[in-house]
Every structure is written in C-alpha cells, then in structure tokens.
Write a protein that binds this ligand. Structure first.
Ligand SMILES: CC(=O)N[C@H]1[C@@H](OP(=O)(O)OP(=O)(O)OC[C@H]2O[C@@H](n3ccc(=O)[nH]c3=O)[C@H](O)[C@@H]2O)O[C@H](CO)[C@@H](O)[C@@H]1O
Ligand SMILES: C=C(OP(=O)(O)O)C(=O)O
Length: 419
C-alpha cells in the first residue's frame, strides 16, 4: 500500500509532456489482437496499471505482447488459444469489456468477467450485450461473467443508448470482422473513437464516420497488423492545466491536441485563467481571484466527466459559489466527502454539487477510492496548508503514470511513500 504525502503551497510552473491516452490505448491494444496476420507496433502507450492488466488478459488468451522500448508495444495474435479471460484480471478494469468484442469477432464465443473500473455508479453492461445481440451473438451474464456461446456474426443497424463510449468501441471492434454492414446510430464522438477507427482502418478494416454520430462499418474477412501512435491523453492534459490554475502557477503541457480540450479551455478562461493555445501545446497561467464557473458534464465535445472532480477542487477555492452537475455517472461525487475534510464547503444535491469557495484548505489524511476523485484530492493537497496524505494511490496509478514525478518536476512537494 502506498500513499502520497503532499506539502501544499507551492506554485506549479514549467513544462510537462502529455502521455498517450488510456481510453484510446485500451481499445487499440485489444483491436491489435484482431489481426490474424502480421504484427502491430503501438507507440505512445502509457504505462498505467490498467494497460498492464489488459495486456496480461490478452496474453492469457494467446496474444504475444512485448514492450520493445518504453511506450512501444509489439502485438501479435496469429491465433488466439483461449476464449475465457482470467476472471480476477478482467473484473479489475472497465476496458476488459472490449475483450468480449475481440473474442466474439475472432472466435465467435467468449467468457469475460463483468468489468470493474472506477466505482462511480452502477455501470452495467446491458448496452454492450444488446449490441452483441444485434450482431447475432447469444450472450448472457452467468456466474459474474458475460458468456457468449458459439455464434455467427452479421452486420446490423444499432442505436447506441446514451452515446455510450464503451459500447461504441466494442461494436466497432466486433463489427470489423462481422460479415455485412453495421451502422451505429447515436455513436460516441470522443477523439478516442476516431483514434480506434484510424487504427482499424490501417489494419484493413472499413470504418467510416467516426467522430460523427453515425459510424458505418463494412465487415472484412481478416485484418493485418499495423503501426499506430496513440493520441495524447486529453484527461491527463486537462488535469495538469487545472493544477496550474489552482496553484496560481504557469504550466505548459507539450505534445497534446488542444482541439480535444475545447470546452475545458473555455471553462478555464471563464474561471479567469490565461490559456495560451499552441499547435501542440497548452499553457495555463493561474490568475487570482479564481472566478466561479459552473460546469455540466456532457459526452464529447462537452465538458468531460473525467475532469469533473479536478474541476470541483478548483472551484472549492474560487471566489464565490459554483454549481457542478454530473450527467454521466450517478455517483461521481463520492470524493467530495474527503475534500470536505480539507475544509471545502460542498453540498451534493442529487446530481449537482454546490460549491462555496473558501479562502484556504488545510491538509489532512484522506482516502482516494477511484481514479479521478483521487487525483482531485492530490490537487487539493497542492494548495492546502500543511501536509495532506492521500491514501489509495493504486487507484490513481490506473490512469496516471507516476504523477508525483511530473508534479515534482513542476515544483510540487509530493512524495510516494509506503502507507
Ligand atoms: C475505459 C474507458 O474508456 N472509460 C471511459 C468510458 O467509460 P464507459 O465506456 O464505461 O462509459 P459509457 O459512455 O459507456 O457510460 C455512459 C453511461 O451509460 C451507462 N451505461 C453504459 C454501458 C452500459 O452497458 N449500460 C449503461 O447503463 C453508464 O453507467 C454511464 O452512466 O467513458 C466514460 C464517459 O466518457 C469515461 O468516464 C470513462 O473514463
Ligand atoms: C472512469 C474512468 O475509467 P474507467 O472507465 O476505466 O473506470 C476514468 O478514466 O476516469
């Protein structure tokens, strides 16, 4: 068990480089195992624990995955040797749902534990199952797993409820090898969907329309390996920009795609921050006072739910009252109980948090229970007087690589110690 020990009060300033996107890397590594010919070289793969767990699942199913150099994976999967994903691994992460899409596409059957991931709501898999069924699969939940029996897939028209990100991804993976045409309506439009489509197309798939709400996939007989560079992580980038804003600092994130953060940039400016947009850089200079800026999370291109928690931390020291509304996950304000220990004044009313900005936060031991809420507590520790201990670092490691080193390089006083 590890914890972060943070001594607050330092302005963050300097430059940091964006990692590859977790939510792109998970589907793309899985999709690489769709290829029965050749190998894929995947670059800019972030070293997050979720990624390692996914690779272990795929290896257990017969894929060969090696790290040829830091951040670059070689994936070969001429044949898959098994159709049952190791239960204890698959239940750890949400991204393991894509392994079902892969198994159905390659083997026509599969068994994958109902996924885990951040505890931010019920997070069922009913949309995924409905999607698989629309493609001809017989799939049920039994003994804690999604189980698909031997099936013959065929393309179909499918409406994606709530523009679900994961369902859109899974349908793209499965339909790429399903004979006929699949049309996804109300598809997710996140940049990671486009990244997956680009990779699939370079493998020989025929995916059109990714990035719009209608995606059309013509199934092909086989796919071959390809080279691909994962897009930068807009959520990690946004986290560092918010850290710059919060500490009154001057933080530049290099190697990002500013267009992927349009709403976040607009909201930072509304909060009074000075945001400079470069070709592949974003610079946020923190200004005082922090203006209250209401946020409502939305599917892309709206404000990302994954940055809601860091935003709440920023608003907790703003000069006035703000309202943050969560529309995607019904239980994503759990971390505010811990933020309150540091002195934040937050009332959660149904799916909104009403935040009365306070002049100061003071350090205390707090507990991270999920990824983004955990990082929001670390950010709070950066501005809290005295020492904040954030326990539950393993949740943060699911989507940030040694975040303490990046924060330290910007001037933060933070260390990882055994709890
Ligand atoms: C690994 C990964 O990429 N995770 C991301 C993905 O999660 P994930 O793919 O789980 O998110 P979805 O877009 O599918 O979820 C949207 C909403 O639909 C509900 N739902 C979803 C599927 C389903 O079968 N039934 C159902 O009811 C969910 O509980 C949620 O309330 O998109 C979220 C929304 O951008 C991000 O916060 C997560 O970081
Ligand atoms: C919710 C998240 O991840 P997951 O879906 O993997 O739990 C996240 O990245 O914020």
């Amino acid at each position: 068990m590890e914890k972060f020990v943070i001594r607050g009060g330092r302005r963050l300033s300097g430059r940091t480089h964006a990692n590859g996107a977790k939510n792109s890397a998970l589907p793309i590594i899985t999709a690489a195992a769709l290829a029965s010919q050749g190998e894929s070289i995947l670059e800019n793969v972030p070293d997050y624990t979720d990624i390692r767990d996914l690779c272990d699942i795929l290896r257990a199913l017969g894929a060969e995955i090696e790290e040829v150099e830091p951040g670059t994976l070689r994936v070969r999967a001429a044949e898959l040797s098994g159709h049952v994903a190791p239960y204890e691994l698959a239940r750890k992460l949400r991204g393991s749902t894509y392994v079902m899409g892969l198994l159905l596409a390659r083997l026509g059957r599969g068994e994958v534990a109902c996924p885990g991931g951040c505890d931010i709501g019920a997070r069922p898999v009913d949309f995924h199952l409905k999607g698989f069924k629309a493609l001809g699969a017989e799939v049920e939940i039994e003994r804690g797993s999604m189980i698909a029996r031997k099936v013959q897939l065929r393309g179909n028209r499918f409406y994606v409820d709530r523009a679900s990100f994961g369902t859109t991804i899974n349908m793209m993976i499965t339909a790429s090898l399903a004979p006929g045409t699949t049309v996804l309506e109300n598809a997710a439009r996140e940049p990671e969907v486009v990244d997956l489509a680009n990779f699939l197309n370079s493998m020989g798939a025929r995916v059109r329309g990714a990035g719009t709400e209608t995606i059309r996939i013509e199934g092909v007989k086989r796919l071959r390996g390809a080279r691909h560079e994962i897009i930068p992580d807009r959520l990690e980038t946004g986290t560092f920009l918010i850290a710059g804003a919060l500490t009154g600092g001057d933080v530049t994130v290099e190697g990002c795609i500013p267009e992927h953060l349009g709403t976040v940039i607009a909201k930072l400016r509304e909060a009074g921050m000075d945001v400079e947009v470069g070709l592949d850089t974003l610079r946020c200079r923190g200004r005082r006072p922090i203006q209250p800026a209401d946020v409502e999370t939305q599917v892309y291109p709206g404000f990302p739910t994954d940055l809601q928690s860091p935003w709440v931390t920023l608003m907790s020291v703003a000069d006035g009252v703000s309202v943050v509304t969560e529309t995607i996950f019904e239980n994503r304000f759990g971390f505010t109980n811990e933020l309150i220990r540091l002195g934040a004044q937050i009332k959660v009313d149904r799916n909104s948090a009403i935040i009365r900005g306070v002049g100061r936060l003071t350090g205390a031991p707090v507990e991270a229970r999920e990824l983004r809420g955990g990082v929001a507590l670390c950010l709070a520790g950066l501005v809290a007087e005295g020492t904040t201990e954030v326990h539950g670092v393993r949740f943060i490691d699911r989507g940030y690589h040694r975040i303490e080193e990046k924060l330290r390089s910007l001037g933060a006083d933070i260390e990882r110690v055994r709890a």
